[in-house]
Write a protein that binds this ligand. Structure first.
Ligand code: PMP
Length: 359
């Protein structure tokens, strides 16, 4: 077996221990004589898997009791529609912070359902910074305020969430579980699984229960949070295997010491990469220092003609998926929870030696 250091933005690296356990349990899950993939979602074995994953996620994020945790399908993208469908109530507008490609998609989708007030945009810096909260032009009549806590493509991350009377909604697809957060400051948090939670096919939604029951008239049942909350996310057949693997990831996170411990490692990993970029005259970061993501680190070489050689040399030493998103070019190292510090160390060594030979 030969595994690479995988810097993919998502679907992304999973902890080796999790994959090994899944392998060991693949054919016969705990003496049931079948794989988790083959069992009824109503079976005792699966209901226990589902409930344990739910409880572990609740404990990891210290989710208060007045929140529902939902395991849904449709990716984070479906949440771009489910959020307005469920949270607008009788209001006709919502506030959105525009920090890059993913918030842009959320804004576009919300525009189908309401007037979108863009409270501030990072466009002026080509999305290399997060507009300061003091600059946000909030609409007092907005049903909610939506932010993307970490822009996976641009590599900007929100470090300070605003105190707001307006229900705060966050797309945390690419930084959930990377650091402790105070869930009680949010009305709703959502995340696609395929970065820090588990395999694709699952999205997690954490929603304050008093916001349930207000879906807009005509909302399909599958898009109504209340339907899912009432059925413990089993209103139809859930993505059982992804849910099981997410549960293994939650157990792994607990064994690492929880989110405070993860935040320490993540800060160290990111600091090493940014230091390598900042200390060189060769690499550059397009992102303002204060807003740099600890999960997705974009950087450029002095000449885009060197990109191909950088990437093929990286592949040759087992460092994969470093190519930047097609919309921005350059490089991007995604260093989610499951990317070990050794991967970052190997990348730093490679970057330094590439700079020596090409700088
Ligand atoms: N939001 C963010 C921040 C993302 O990074 C992504 C996926 N890369 C999405 C939303 C969309 O997720 P999905 O593909 O699961 O719909």
């Amino acid at each position: 077996m030969s595994r690479v250091f995988n810097f993919s933005a998502g679907p992304a690296a999973l902890p080796l221990e999790v994959l090994e356990q899944a392998r060991d349990e693949m054919l016969d899950y705990q003496c049931t004589g079948m794989s988790v993939m083959e069992m009824s979602h109503r079976s005792k074995a699966f209901v226990e898997i589902a409930e344990t994953a739910h409880a572990d996620l609740k404990a990891l994020l210290a989710v208060p009791d007045d929140y529902a945790i939902l395991f849904l399908q449709g990716g984070a993208t479906l949440q771009f529609s489910m959020v307005p469908l469920n949270l607008l109530g009788d209001k006709t507008s919502a506030d959105y912070l525009h920090t890059g490609s993913w918030s842009a998609k959320a804004i576009k989708e919300a525009g189908r359902f309401c007037d979108v007030n863009v409270v501030a945009s990072g466009e002026g810096s080509n999305f290399g910074h997060v507009p300061a909260a003091a600059e946000w032009r909030l609409n007092p009549d907005a049903a909610y305020l939506h932010v993307c806590s970490n822009e996976t493509i641009g590599g900007v991350q929100i470090n300070e969430f605003p105190d707001s009377d307006c229900p705060l909604v966050a797309d945390m697809s690419s930084d959930i579980l990377s650091r402790p957060i105070d869930v009680s400051r949010f009305a709703l948090i959502y995340a696609g699984a395929q970065k820090n939670i588990g395999p694709a096919g699952l999205a997690v939604v954490i929603v304050r229960k008093d916001l349930l029951g207000n879906a807009r008239k005509g909302t399909p049942g599958m898009l109504d949070y209340t339907v899912h909350a009432d059925a413990d996310s089993m209103s139809n057949t859930p993505p059982t295997y992804s849910w099981y693997l997410a549960g293994l990831v939650f157990k792994w996170l607990k064994a690492q010491g929880g989110l405070t411990a993860m935040a320490d490692v993540n800060a160290r990993k990111a600091a090493k990469l940014y230091a390598t970029v900042d200390q060189s005259n060769f690499y550059s970061s397009p992102v303002a220092i204060a807003d740099r993501s600890q999960m997705n680190v974009p950087f450029t070489l002095p000449d885009a003609d060197l990109d191909g050689e950088f990437l093929s040399g990286a592949e040759a030493v087992g460092l994969t998926n470093l190519k930047g998103h097609r919309s921005v070019g350059g490089m991007r190292a995604s260093i989610y929870n499951a990317v070990p510090e050794a991967a970052v160390d190997a990348l730093v060594d490679y970057m330094q030696s590439f700079e020596k030979t090409h700088g």
